[in-house]
Design a protein. Structure first.
Ligand code: 5GP
Length: 122
C-alpha cells in the first residue's frame, strides 16, 4: 500500500488537526489516543511517512529505527509507566487489515496506568 498523505496522523504531524501532545523529537511525535482504552493510552508515531511496521522495517533508516525505539522509551518515562519508574506497560502495533490497523501511518499504542490484562481479547 502506498502512503496516503491525507491520513489523520499525517494531518496531526502537519499541525492541521490538534492533538494532546506528550512528547516530540526529531524522529517521533507522541500524543494521547482520542478514544483511550486504558487509563493511559498514548500513541507514538515516526515522523517519516511509513504505512505500517513492515514498511518501516524495510524502508526506514537505522537512525529512524533507533529513534522510534528510543522515542517509545522517552514517552513511557515521561508518562511515569516505564520500568525505571517501577511500572510497566504494553506497546502494540496493529499491522494492516488482518492486524486491525485503522490509521495507515505506523503507530505504537502504549497502554498503562493500570494492569492492562490479557494480550488478545477476542
Ligand atoms: P489502529 O486501529 O490503527 O491501530 O489505531 C488507531 C488509533 O487512532 C485508535 O486507537 C483511535 O482511537 C486513534 N485515533 C483515530 N483518530 C484519531 C485522532 O484524530 N486523534 C487521536 N489522538 N487519535 C485518533
Amino acid at each position: 500500500m502506498s502512503y496516503d498523505n491525507n491520513n489523520i496522523f499525517a494531518k496531526i504531524l502537519r499541525g492541521e488537526i490538534p492533538c494532546k501532545k506528550i512528547y516530540e523529537d526529531q524522529f517521533v511525535l507522541s500524543f494521547h489516543d482520542i478514544n483511550p482504552q486504558k487509563k493511559i493510552h498514548a500513541l507514538v508515531i515516526p515522523k517519516g511517512k511509513y504505512v505500517d511496521l513492515d514498511d518501516f522495517s524495510q524502508n526506514a533508516s537505522p537512525e529512524e529505527m533507533v529513534g522510534l525505539l528510543k522515542g517509545i522509551n522517552s514517552v513511557a518515562k515521561k508518562l511515569g509507566i516505564s520500568v525505571n519508574t517501577g511500572k510497566g506497560y504494553r506497546a502494540l502495533a496493529n499491522i494492516s487489515e488482518d492486524g486491525g490497523q485503522e490509521v495507515p501511518h505506523l503507530h505504537f499504542h502504549l497502554f498503562g496506568g493500570e494492569k492492562v490484562g490479557k494480550m488478545v481479547s477476542e
